[in-house]
Design a protein around this ligand. Structure first.
Ligand code: ADP
Length: 183
Protein backbone atom coordinates (compact mmCIF):
# COMPACT_ATOMS: atom_id res chain seq x y z
CA UNK A 1 0.00 0.00 0.00
CA UNK A 2 1.31 3.44 -0.89
CA UNK A 3 2.10 5.47 2.20
CA UNK A 4 3.28 9.04 2.51
CA UNK A 5 6.78 9.29 3.88
CA UNK A 6 7.96 12.32 5.82
CA UNK A 7 8.71 15.05 3.30
CA UNK A 8 5.92 13.99 0.95
CA UNK A 9 7.84 11.25 -0.91
CA UNK A 10 5.56 8.35 -1.69
CA UNK A 11 6.54 4.90 -0.39
CA UNK A 12 5.17 2.24 -2.74
CA UNK A 13 6.62 -0.59 -0.64
CA UNK A 14 9.24 -3.00 -1.85
CA UNK A 15 9.12 -3.37 -5.60
CA UNK A 16 11.04 -5.86 -7.75
CA UNK A 17 11.38 -5.98 -11.51
CA UNK A 18 11.25 -9.39 -13.13
CA UNK A 19 12.41 -8.92 -16.71
CA UNK A 20 12.68 -11.38 -19.55
CA UNK A 21 11.40 -12.38 -22.96
CA UNK A 22 8.46 -14.42 -21.66
CA UNK A 23 8.07 -15.95 -25.12
CA UNK A 24 5.87 -17.49 -23.80
CA UNK A 25 5.43 -17.28 -20.02
CA UNK A 26 5.84 -20.67 -18.29
CA UNK A 27 5.08 -22.05 -14.84
CA UNK A 28 8.83 -21.68 -14.17
CA UNK A 29 8.42 -17.90 -14.53
CA UNK A 30 5.12 -17.88 -12.61
CA UNK A 31 6.72 -19.79 -9.74
CA UNK A 32 9.46 -17.14 -9.44
CA UNK A 33 6.85 -14.33 -9.55
CA UNK A 34 4.72 -15.98 -6.85
CA UNK A 35 7.72 -16.57 -4.63
CA UNK A 36 8.85 -13.00 -5.31
CA UNK A 37 5.53 -11.79 -3.91
CA UNK A 38 6.43 -13.42 -0.57
CA UNK A 39 9.35 -10.99 -0.33
CA UNK A 40 8.19 -7.92 -2.30
CA UNK A 41 4.98 -5.92 -2.11
CA UNK A 42 4.84 -5.63 -5.87
CA UNK A 43 6.47 -7.43 -8.78
CA UNK A 44 6.67 -5.69 -12.15
CA UNK A 45 6.89 -8.24 -14.95
CA UNK A 46 8.81 -6.35 -17.64
CA UNK A 47 8.62 -7.99 -21.06
CA UNK A 48 11.54 -7.12 -23.30
CA UNK A 49 10.56 -5.68 -26.66
CA UNK A 50 13.71 -6.50 -28.52
CA UNK A 51 13.35 -6.34 -32.30
CA UNK A 52 16.73 -7.95 -32.81
CA UNK A 53 15.66 -11.10 -31.01
CA UNK A 54 13.19 -13.13 -33.04
CA UNK A 55 10.24 -14.12 -30.92
CA UNK A 56 7.40 -16.53 -31.60
CA UNK A 57 4.81 -14.27 -30.00
CA UNK A 58 4.64 -10.55 -30.73
CA UNK A 59 5.12 -8.13 -27.87
CA UNK A 60 1.36 -7.45 -27.91
CA UNK A 61 0.59 -11.18 -27.70
CA UNK A 62 3.07 -11.70 -24.84
CA UNK A 63 1.66 -8.70 -22.97
CA UNK A 64 -1.92 -9.86 -23.41
CA UNK A 65 -1.24 -13.45 -22.34
CA UNK A 66 0.74 -12.39 -19.28
CA UNK A 67 -1.80 -9.73 -18.28
CA UNK A 68 -4.63 -12.25 -18.57
CA UNK A 69 -2.77 -14.74 -16.38
CA UNK A 70 -2.28 -12.11 -13.63
CA UNK A 71 -5.61 -10.32 -14.04
CA UNK A 72 -6.66 -11.29 -10.49
CA UNK A 73 -3.29 -10.50 -8.89
CA UNK A 74 -3.20 -6.72 -8.38
CA UNK A 75 0.34 -6.69 -6.98
CA UNK A 76 1.72 -8.06 -10.27
CA UNK A 77 2.08 -5.32 -12.88
CA UNK A 78 2.75 -6.41 -16.46
CA UNK A 79 4.58 -3.97 -18.71
CA UNK A 80 6.99 -3.94 -21.65
CA UNK A 81 10.24 -2.11 -22.17
CA UNK A 82 12.77 -1.37 -24.88
CA UNK A 83 16.47 -0.74 -24.50
CA UNK A 84 18.50 -1.06 -21.34
CA UNK A 85 16.82 -2.67 -18.36
CA UNK A 86 18.57 -0.26 -15.97
CA UNK A 87 16.98 2.69 -17.80
CA UNK A 88 13.55 1.10 -17.46
CA UNK A 89 14.16 0.32 -13.78
CA UNK A 90 15.14 3.92 -13.07
CA UNK A 91 11.69 5.05 -14.29
CA UNK A 92 10.06 2.86 -11.62
CA UNK A 93 10.59 2.82 -7.88
CA UNK A 94 12.15 -0.65 -7.90
CA UNK A 95 15.56 -1.21 -6.35
CA UNK A 96 15.83 -4.89 -7.13
CA UNK A 97 15.95 -6.98 -10.28
CA UNK A 98 14.53 -10.44 -9.64
CA UNK A 99 15.94 -13.34 -11.66
CA UNK A 100 15.40 -17.08 -11.69
CA UNK A 101 18.35 -19.47 -11.80
CA UNK A 102 17.99 -22.88 -13.30
CA UNK A 103 21.22 -24.79 -13.67
CA UNK A 104 24.88 -23.88 -13.66
CA UNK A 105 24.43 -22.99 -17.34
CA UNK A 106 22.34 -19.92 -16.34
CA UNK A 107 24.96 -18.80 -13.85
CA UNK A 108 27.64 -17.33 -16.08
CA UNK A 109 25.28 -15.20 -18.16
CA UNK A 110 23.34 -14.07 -15.10
CA UNK A 111 26.54 -13.26 -13.20
CA UNK A 112 27.76 -11.08 -16.08
CA UNK A 113 24.40 -9.32 -16.50
CA UNK A 114 24.01 -8.65 -12.76
CA UNK A 115 27.56 -7.28 -12.57
CA UNK A 116 27.03 -5.11 -15.66
CA UNK A 117 23.72 -3.76 -14.37
CA UNK A 118 25.31 -2.93 -11.04
CA UNK A 119 28.14 -1.11 -12.77
CA UNK A 120 25.54 0.89 -14.77
CA UNK A 121 23.53 1.69 -11.64
CA UNK A 122 25.20 1.14 -8.28
CA UNK A 123 21.90 1.50 -6.41
CA UNK A 124 20.49 -1.53 -8.13
CA UNK A 125 20.80 -5.09 -6.90
CA UNK A 126 19.88 -8.42 -8.46
CA UNK A 127 18.20 -11.09 -6.39
CA UNK A 128 18.36 -14.68 -7.62
CA UNK A 129 15.89 -17.39 -6.76
CA UNK A 130 16.62 -21.03 -7.43
CA UNK A 131 14.19 -22.74 -9.75
CA UNK A 132 11.73 -25.17 -8.18
CA UNK A 133 12.40 -28.86 -8.61
CA UNK A 134 9.28 -29.14 -10.79
CA UNK A 135 10.46 -26.54 -13.31
CA UNK A 136 14.26 -26.72 -13.46
CA UNK A 137 14.05 -28.14 -17.01
CA UNK A 138 11.44 -25.66 -18.26
CA UNK A 139 12.51 -22.86 -20.58
CA UNK A 140 10.43 -20.92 -23.09
CA UNK A 141 12.74 -22.26 -25.79
CA UNK A 142 12.19 -25.95 -25.01
CA UNK A 143 8.46 -25.36 -24.55
CA UNK A 144 8.31 -23.90 -28.09
CA UNK A 145 10.37 -26.74 -29.55
CA UNK A 146 8.22 -29.44 -27.97
CA UNK A 147 4.95 -27.68 -28.82
CA UNK A 148 6.01 -27.14 -32.43
CA UNK A 149 6.55 -30.88 -32.79
CA UNK A 150 3.14 -31.62 -31.27
CA UNK A 151 4.34 -32.70 -27.82
CA UNK A 152 2.24 -31.99 -24.73
CA UNK A 153 3.32 -29.04 -22.59
CA UNK A 154 0.29 -29.14 -20.29
CA UNK A 155 1.30 -28.61 -16.66
CA UNK A 156 4.42 -26.67 -17.70
CA UNK A 157 2.61 -23.59 -19.02
CA UNK A 158 -0.90 -22.25 -18.22
CA UNK A 159 -3.78 -23.63 -20.34
CA UNK A 160 -4.10 -20.28 -22.11
CA UNK A 161 -0.49 -20.61 -23.31
CA UNK A 162 -1.09 -24.23 -24.40
CA UNK A 163 -3.93 -22.99 -26.61
CA UNK A 164 -1.94 -20.07 -28.05
CA UNK A 165 0.95 -22.41 -28.90
CA UNK A 166 -1.42 -24.78 -30.69
CA UNK A 167 -2.86 -21.85 -32.65
CA UNK A 168 0.61 -20.63 -33.60
CA UNK A 169 1.73 -24.03 -34.77
CA UNK A 170 -1.66 -24.76 -36.37
CA UNK A 171 -2.23 -27.83 -34.24
CA UNK A 172 -5.77 -28.90 -33.33
CA UNK A 173 -7.14 -27.03 -30.33
CA UNK A 174 -9.43 -29.40 -28.45
CA UNK A 175 -13.09 -28.64 -27.69
CA UNK A 176 -13.40 -24.94 -28.53
CA UNK A 177 -13.68 -23.57 -32.05
CA UNK A 178 -12.56 -20.04 -31.32
CA UNK A 179 -10.72 -18.69 -28.34
CA UNK A 180 -10.54 -15.00 -27.68
CA UNK A 181 -7.36 -13.46 -26.32
CA UNK A 182 -9.17 -12.61 -23.12
CA UNK A 183 -10.16 -16.05 -21.90
P1 ADP B 1 13.77 -18.18 -20.87
O1 ADP B 1 15.21 -18.26 -20.41
O2 ADP B 1 12.92 -19.32 -20.44
O3 ADP B 1 13.61 -17.79 -22.31
P2 ADP B 1 13.31 -15.44 -20.02
O4 ADP B 1 14.31 -14.77 -20.87
O5 ADP B 1 11.93 -14.97 -20.19
O6 ADP B 1 13.18 -17.00 -20.08
O7 ADP B 1 13.81 -15.34 -18.51
C1 ADP B 1 13.38 -14.49 -17.52
C2 ADP B 1 13.96 -14.95 -16.21
O8 ADP B 1 13.26 -16.12 -15.80
C3 ADP B 1 15.44 -15.34 -16.21
O9 ADP B 1 16.01 -14.95 -14.98
C4 ADP B 1 15.39 -16.85 -16.32
O10 ADP B 1 16.55 -17.44 -15.78
C5 ADP B 1 14.18 -17.13 -15.46
N1 ADP B 1 13.57 -18.43 -15.74
C6 ADP B 1 13.10 -18.89 -16.91
N2 ADP B 1 12.60 -20.14 -16.77
C7 ADP B 1 12.76 -20.47 -15.46
C8 ADP B 1 12.48 -21.63 -14.68
N3 ADP B 1 11.94 -22.73 -15.24
N4 ADP B 1 12.77 -21.62 -13.36
C9 ADP B 1 13.34 -20.52 -12.82
N5 ADP B 1 13.65 -19.40 -13.50
C10 ADP B 1 13.37 -19.37 -14.79
Amino acid sequence: MAQKKKGGEEDMGRVAIYAGSFDPITYGHIDIIERGLEIFDKVIVAIANNEEKRSLFTIEERLKMTKTIFKDTPNVIVDSFRGLLVDYVSKTNAKVILRGLRATSDFEYEFHMASMNRSLNTHLDTLFMMTSKDYFFVSSRTIKEVARLGGGVEGLVPDLVVRRLKEKFKLPVTKRKHISWDD
